[in-house]
Design a protein around this ligand. Structure first.
Ligand code: UTP
Length: 409
């Protein structure tokens, strides 16, 4: 793409300022910027227009979860089915580690964060230790682990895990893949520059994980291992149970295309998204969309009908994921801190949010899967997310929960 072509493309979306410093750039930098403009899909910015109009939602109905008592009553059957699938290498694990973790505010990948107090305990280490429990239970059958990174943290992630010898995991069963990036803009939809020769970009959300996985050639690799199901989970939950045999067995026996670990809401109006059906599809209703009527609705047992929140731990049927991967997921506009150039062309890292990132979300992938088993787990045992340094969902709260679960930090 040459300068004039780039200018035409930018004009179409009101982004000519991207070329503001073009004359100051070296030949190499000019080529890099033109290439970035060529590769960027600016149409995502039109999502900002849509933001002004309230999103159209379908008709919500409750989706019953498989609750603890039912799981307990069937646990031997579920476990046997799940561990058999794991031993046969039918289950892979996908670690979503492409996010920027801006709320935690560390420059390193979130998984490198050390939550230890008397010794090193890195987030990646906690996750791998949890996965190793299942490898042991499966008589040493390794579970293929696929790690999603982004352009921003891929090299640091690989270097760290390699230096740590994958915390004892068999490296022949670990693969990495990069997710795509999307431009980030100010509140008026003007793309920020992160240097004079580069538009500010950020990872495009966790919703595109499966298409990035396939594009990286990993579907083929997974199939060669014999993998039929992928347990996809977030990097930041340090109590995350991965490839949990009972959950795997329950999902496989349910006939659903996806299983979702859920926890019971702590209060009627707790600020969590709740699993439900939307026009017959599994979906999540955000807490601010829950009407009083929905909060008070009861199921046939007399319990709240919208009572379970997701914890970003899903088991996906690969075949069904392939069948729906061409469906375009909606874009979500998320307010974030975006490091960028100021009006004088100086780089700065904002202390507070200064614009928008454009992300697709894994929740919308669940919708496309058509059928879902919400599977209850005990919050205090399996859910300790680290989003912030202090307060709710923080390093502090996660440390407390680890302690309660006998994990030495
Ligand atoms: P979060 O919603 O917590 O986003 O991600 P984040 O970007 O990591 O953190 P903040 O909001 O900037 O503080 C939930 C999970 O999805 C992954 C994250 O790594 C985490 O495991 N994720 C998120 C991706 O893999 N890619 C993305 O583009 C966004």
């Amino acid at each position: 793409m040459n300068y004039n072509e780039a200018l035409t493309k930018l004009k179409e979306y009101g982004q000519e300022h991207v070329l503001k410093y073009f004359d100051e750039l070296s030949e190499g930098e000019k080529a890099e910027l033109l290439n970035q403009i060529d590769e960027t899909d600016f149409s995502i910015l039109t999502a900002l227009e849509a933001k002004k109009a309230p999103a159209k939602k379908g008709k919500y109905e409750p989706l019953a979860a498989m609750e603890l008592s039912e799981i307990e009553a069937n646990k031997d059957k579920f476990y046997a089915k799940g561990i058999e699938a794991i031993k046969a290498c039918k289950v892979g694990a996908v670690l979503l580690a492409g996010g920027m973790g801006t709320r935690l505010g560390s420059d390193d990948p979130k998984g490198m964060y050390n939550i230890g107090l008397t010794k090193d305990v890195f987030i990646f280490q906690r996750l791998i230790e949890n996965l190793m429990d299942v490898v042991k239970a499966a008589d040493g059958a390794w579970i293929p682990l696929f790690v999603m990174t982004s352009e921003k943290n891929n090299d640091a992630t690989i270097k760290f895990l390699t230096e740590k010898n994958f915390f004892g995991y068999n490296k022949d069963y670990v693969s990495f893949f990069k997710q795509d990036m999307a431009p980030a803009s100010d509140y008026e939809g003007k793309i920020y520059m992160e240097s004079k020769s580069r538009m500010a970009t950020s990872p495009n959300g966790n919703g595109g994980w499966f298409s990035s996985f396939v594009r990286a050639g990993l579907l083929k690799k997974a199939e060669e291992f014999g993998v039929e199901w992928l347990n996809t989970f977030a990097v930041d939950n340090v109590l995350q149970r991965i490839a949990d045999p009972t959950f795997v067995g329950a999902t496989l026996l349910s006939g659903c295309a996806v299983g979702a670990k859920v926890v019971k809401k702590a209060a009627r109006d707790e600020k969590v998204g709740v699993v439900c059906l939307e026009d017959g599809h599994p979906s999540i209703v955000e807490y601010y969309e829950l009407t009083d009527e929905m909060m008070d609705a009861k199921n046939e047992k007399g319990d709240p009908a919208y009572n379970f929140g997701v914890i970003l731990n899903y088991l996906f049927d690969i075949k069904k994921s392939v069948a729906v991967m061409e469906k375009k997921l909606p874009l979500h506009i998320v307010e974030k801190k975006i490091p960028c150039l100021d009006a004088e062309g100086n780089f700065f890292k904002p202390e507070t949010p200064n614009g928008y990132k454009f992300e697709s979300l894994i929740l919308d992938h669940i919708y496309e899967m058509g059928s879902c088993l919400p599977y209850e787990v005990v919050r205090e045992k399996e859910f300790a997310p680290i989003k912030n340094k202090t307060g709710v969902d923080s390093v502090e709260s996660a440390r407390e929960l680890c302690k309660k679960n006998g994990i030495v930090l």
